[in-house]
Write a protein that binds this ligand. Structure first.
Ligand SMILES: [Mn+2]
Length: 180
């Protein structure tokens, strides 16, 4: 199980941080955040994860896009939550000082591999969530690149959680229908 109080604290923090931000489907950004977190909670329950580990996984899921997409910094998370959560969310973020998307992804995976499984599994849950129907304006090349990146994430992080890795594998197979 996990702590409902831990969940609410991180949820409210993420809600304020993402504020008016929208998803590509024009939903409030929190819809993405809670979808990722739902995947993580499901996997934590299936895996009968310890409460402390589940709390870390769920907090990192709720906060996973705060450093990358909002004004929230590593130091904010360190002070307002913990070092473990700040390190986890930082590893889940792109380093935008790096030029190419490939470099950003490579660096994030390297950082994630230094993190516990509870943090790594958030990356699987994020990609599972993002592999639903692609936005209509996406070109074939972009969709193929996204799929290739998903396979790379899966191959690097599959040991973190069996339920999420099987689900991501299914999502990757299913997404192929959108590519030529
Ligand atoms: Mn995300």
């Amino acid at each position: 199980m996990f702590s409902q109080d831990v969940y609410i604290k991180a949820l409210e923090y993420a809600a304020l941080a993402h504020a008016e931000q929208k998803t590509p489907k024009n939903l409030p950004y929190l819809a993405h955040v809670v979808s990722v977190t739902m995947e993580v909670i499901h996997a934590c329950e299936k895996s009968k994860m310890d409460e402390d580990k589940a709390n870390l996984a769920i907090s990192c899921a709720l906060l996973h896009d705060t450093i990358e997409d909002t004004k929230i910094t590593y130091d904010d998370l360190y002070v307002d939550f913990s070092e473990a959560i700040a390190n986890g969310v930082e590893a889940l973020s792109k380093d935008k000082s790096l030029q190419s998307k490939q470099e950003q992804m490579k660096k994030s995976i390297e950082m994630l591999l230094e993190q516990p499984y509870e943090v790594q599994m958030v990356k699987l849950a994020d990609r599972i969530t993002n592999l639903s129907t692609p936005p209509k304006h996406w070109e074939n090349d972009k969709k193929k690149a996204y799929l290739k990146e998903a396979s790379f994430i899966l191959s690097c992080l599959k040991n973190s959680n069996i339920y999420l890795s099987v689900r991501l594998e299914e999502k990757i197979e299913n997404y192929k229908q959108y590519c030529n």
